[in-house]
Write a protein that binds this ligand. Structure first.
Ligand SMILES: Cc1cc2nc3c(=O)[nH]c(=O)nc-3n(C[C@H](O)[C@H](O)[C@H](O)COP(=O)(O)OP(=O)(O)OC[C@H]3O[C@@H](n4cnc5c(N)ncnc54)[C@H](O)[C@@H]3O)c2cc1C
Length: 466
């Protein structure tokens, strides 16, 4: 196998990290196993990569082989009477919803972008805006197949090979490579979803609205104005969304048509969205973004209800393609912390105040309500999460890293957890502290069994399992 021509530089989604690797696109499970054998002979590490939408180093392995799983992306079966779908692991959520929605189904859990692959989503065990109600994506997986570095091809479900089921889902590709996934879709009765928008004055109100609103809704998500402090620190807006019931939509077949769901490529019918990020650049600084947030806050003061398509509600971040490039050359770091409902308010107050005081505010603030799950490397808690985006520059890189380590300390002290699809600074010591010795020992035992030669190693793996 000659892989020298495949040598390339790969980046994380936030463009704040990069690593050289041999990029190979397998088409079959046999090819994946051949690559493992080749890697063993050459002393190289291997990491799977889906759509490369992780904000951090999860899909990078400096100097090793990266398996580009997008070559295995077929939807192999779809049963519109039961809502069961089977697809290869490189299929994206975009493929999935576009297959099932016209037949009256929707994926039960989706990320804020539809570009992610099933393999990437299972590895991170993604959550949606309905985590408090529907759990993570892994809870809707009926069965998956995977290739282990030993060459074994395994089929796993909550009953069969259950230890692998609950550890490969959430395992960030460190135990084996998913090849195929069978999932249960959720019935819907309209292509539209009803959204209640609620203005929020401060952090206490914010978390109370998430807590009290969640039991009465299907989805709940908050926008938090991270540029504003003082008495109104934590202000923003809550969106609580409900599925329409059977009969609520007079034309469900029409609203579920793809042409009524797909996000338009133009603004005002003429302006291509693909270049919009360039026009955002002048605003992506502390003053510009403060003004953007202020305008958004003023515009969000009216309590109202509206209907929008499922795709528009779920995939807001796909509205502006390549928006992540708007922050400029240094890229961005996303920091998402998960905190128990009892400690979240104090911990986030401290973190938000630190970021404002040091003039390194987050340019994004997204809050969600969560529930725990039983996957081995779980990130969820009975509480809330706050996702923050920080612009990286040559000047602030070291200070930003220091501040995020301080955040880690605050989150740990508050009994919180971290999400390794996002955080890029969290260290092995922190990971050890929040996973706990028992979980780490269990994971290491499984790692030895599935990958005795230690072939599956990402930069993330080296960072958190040191
Ligand atoms: C705009 C945006 C919004 C997001 N919103 C959310 C959200 O709402 N909720 C949420 O939970 N996450 C969210 N994410 C994070 C994202 O869902 C995860 O990072 C997801 O893992 C990315 O999928 P991917 O296909 O791009 O995987 P990659 O980033 O390419 O890889 C992620 C991990 O999966 C592993 N992997 C990939 N394919 C396979 C395979 N076939 N077998 C084994 N391992 C594999 C990789 O080795 C890596 O460890 C968001 C990301 C972006 C960019």
């Amino acid at each position: 196998m000659d892989i020298t021509k495949n040598f390339t530089q790969l980046e994380n989604f936030g463009h704040s990290l990069s690593a050289p690797a041999y990029l190979i696109q397998p088409k079959t499970a046999e090819e994946i196993y051949e690559i493992f054998q080749f890697a063993k002979k050459k002393g190289l590490t291997v990491t799977a990569r889906g759509a490369g939408r992780s904000y951090n180093d999860a899909a990078l392995t400096g100097g090793g082989i990266v398996l580009d799983m997008r070559g295995m992306n077929a939807i192999t079966s779809w049963d519109k009477s039961t809502g069961l779908i089977t697809a290869q692991s490189g299929a994206t959520l975009e493929q999935l919803w576009q297959q099932v929605e016209p037949d009256g189904w929707w994926p039960p859990v989706v990320s804020g972008t539809m570009k992610t692959t099933l393999g990437g989503c299972l590895s991170a065990n993604i959550h949606g805006k309905n985590n408090f109600k529907m759990g993570t994506i892994g809870e809707h997986v009926v069965e998956f197949t995977a290739v282990l570095p030993t060459g074994a091809e395994v089929t796993c479900s909550p009953k069969k090979n259950a230890d692998l089921f609950y550890s490969m889902i959430s395992g960030f590709g460190m135990l084996g490579i998913f090849t195929s996934v069978t999932m249960q879709m959720k019935r819907i009765y309209s292509g539209l979803i009803s959204v209640d928008a609620l203005p929020i004055g401060n952090l206490h109100e914010h978390l109370t609205a998430l807590q009290d609103g969640a039991p009465n809704t299907d989805y709940i998500v908050g926008w938090l104005d991270t540029m504003n402090g003082g008495a109104s620190l934590g202000r923003g807006q809550i969106h609580a969304a409900h599925y329409l019931h059977e009969g609520d939509d007079p034309d469900p077949a029409g609203t579920m048509k793809l042409e009524n769901q797909i996000l338009p490529p133009y603004i005002f019918g003429v302006f291509p969205k693909s270049i919009l990020y360039m026009f955002m650049r002048p605003f992506v600084n502390n003053v510009g973004w403060w003004a953007v947030n202020m305008a958004k806050y003023v515009a969000s003061q009216r309590k109202h209800t509206f209907r929008q398509s499922h795709a528009a509600f779920h995939f807001l971040l796909d509205y502006v393609p390549n928006w992540e490039l708007s922050v400029g050359r240094g890229g961005l770091i996303q920091y998402q912390s998960f905190l128990p409902k009892e400690t979240a308010e104090d911990a986030w107050r401290e973190m938000l105040n630190i970021s404002l005081k040091r003039r390194m505010p987050s340019y994004l603030g997204v809050t969600k309500r969560h529930r725990p799950d039983k996957f081995l490397l779980t990130h969820a808690v009975d509480g809330f999460s706050l996702a923050m985006d920080f612009k990286v520059t040559d000047k602030n890189r070291a200070n930003l890293s220091r501040m995020l380590h301080e955040f880690d300390r605050i989150v740990l002290q508050a009994g919180g957890r971290f999400y390794f699809a996002k955080n890029s600074e969290t260290t092995a010591a922190t990971a050890q502290a929040f996973y706990g010795d028992e979980t780490i020992a269990k994971f290491k035992k499984l790692k030895k069994r599935c990958d005795p030669n230690g072939l599956l190693e990402s930069d993330l793996y080296r960072r958190i399992f040191g």
